[in-house]
Design a protein around this ligand. Sequence first.
Ligand code: ATP
Ligand code: MG
Length: 385
Amino acid sequence: MQIVLHYAELGLKGKNRPYFEIRLAENAKRLLAPLGDLRIRRQPGRILLTLPDAAPWEEVRRRLSMTFGLSYFARIHVLKADMEALETLLATELPSMNVKSFACRCRRMNKDYPLTSEQMNRRLGAFVQKLIPGTTVDLDAPELEIFVEVVNKDFYAYFRREPGPGGLPAGTAGRVVTLLSGGIDSPVAAWRMIRRGCRTSFVHFHSMPFTSQASVDKVRELAQKLEPWQGPARLHLVPFAALQQEIVTSSPQEFRIILYRRFMTRIAAAIARREDAHALVTGDSLGQVASQTLTNLETINAVATIPVLRPLIGMDKQEIIDTARRIATFDVSNLPHDDCCSFLMPRAPATASSPEKAAEAEKGLEVDRLVKEALSKVVEERATA
Ligand code: ATP
Ligand code: MG
C-alpha cells in the first residue's frame, strides 16, 4: 500500500525544511516499521510511504494520527501521469460508491505536465458525469472528493483525506524536562510540548515510604502512554519524603506547598542542565488550585534558573480533560492515588505569597545541601511500553 503524507507548518521553514522532513520521516518510521517492510521517499512538498498491502490499514492510520507534523495523509493509488490511466481507475472505483455529487481536486506540482489543474478538473468532471449519469458537481459539500496530485511523472489519486495531529515533528524543537505528577494535567502539558516539536524526559517526586509503590507505577504508565508521540524517554524518580519532612518541621505550614514546588523546580532544573534540556514543563493552569495563583507562580518561578513552560496556563479544566481523554492518559490519571499523605499537606495553603516571604520561610533550611542530597538519590529509568 502507498500513502502520501502532507505537512503544514513545515512548509514555512525555508532552508531548514529538509531537517524537519527528515525528522518527520524518522518518526513515521519508528511507528510504522513494526507493521512491515517500510519504504520512505521524500518528494517535492510531501512524503511517500510504501508498506506491504497486508499491513492493517486501521493500525497504519492510528499510528500516523500520532505522527506530529502531519496535517493530513491518504492511502493512494499511484499511476503514471496519464489521464486515461486515471479515467480507468475512476471507471473501476466510482460506480460502486453510489454518490450523487462530487468534486475534483487536482493539484499539479510538476509544472511540466501539459494540463493545468483547472483543465484536469474539467476533463475529469465531464468524464465522471458521463460515467455516472445524474451526478452533479458540488464544490462546497460533495459526497465524494477526487484528489489527484501530479508529482514528478506520477499521479497520486485518492478519495479520502485522513486528518493528522498537526504540530511539528517531535525532536525538532529541542529538549525539555516535564514535571510529571500522577494527575491529569501534567501529561497533557508534556503532550502539548511534544506537539510543538520538543523531546521531553520526565521527573517525578515521590514520597515513599509515606506513599505507595502504586503511585510510582501510575507515573511510569503515564510516561509510557506518551512514548508513541515522541519515542522512548527517560523517567527520573526523585525521593522527596526526607526533604518534605524537613520542610514540615522547620517552616510555616501555610507555605509548605510553595516550598515543595520551589524545591521541585530547583531539582528539576539541575536535572535539565545535565540532560542539555532548556526548559521545564509543568501542568499549572491559572487559579486551578492554591499553588497556581499568580503570586504563588511568581514565588515558585523565582528560584528557576531556566524557563518554566506552562502550556496549560490559559486552559479550563474541561479542555484539559478533553485532551487527556483523546491521548488516553485520562483513565490512568484518574486511578485513585495517594498524591501526598495528609501529614505532609498544610491545613490551609497560602494563596498569596511573594519570593521574599518564601525566602524567609526557607531560612531554617540548608537549601543547597537538600538539593544535592535529593539529586544524589535520583533513580533513572527508561519509560518503555
Ligand atoms: P496535575 O494534575 O498535573 O497533578 P495539579 O492540578 O494536581 O496538577 P499541582 O499538584 O499544584 O496541580 O501541581 C502542579 C504541577 O506541578 C503539576 O502539573 C506538575 O507539573 C508539577 N508537580 C506537582 N507535583 C509533582 C510531583 N509529585 N512530581 C512531579 N511534578 C509534580
Ligand atoms: Mg497533582
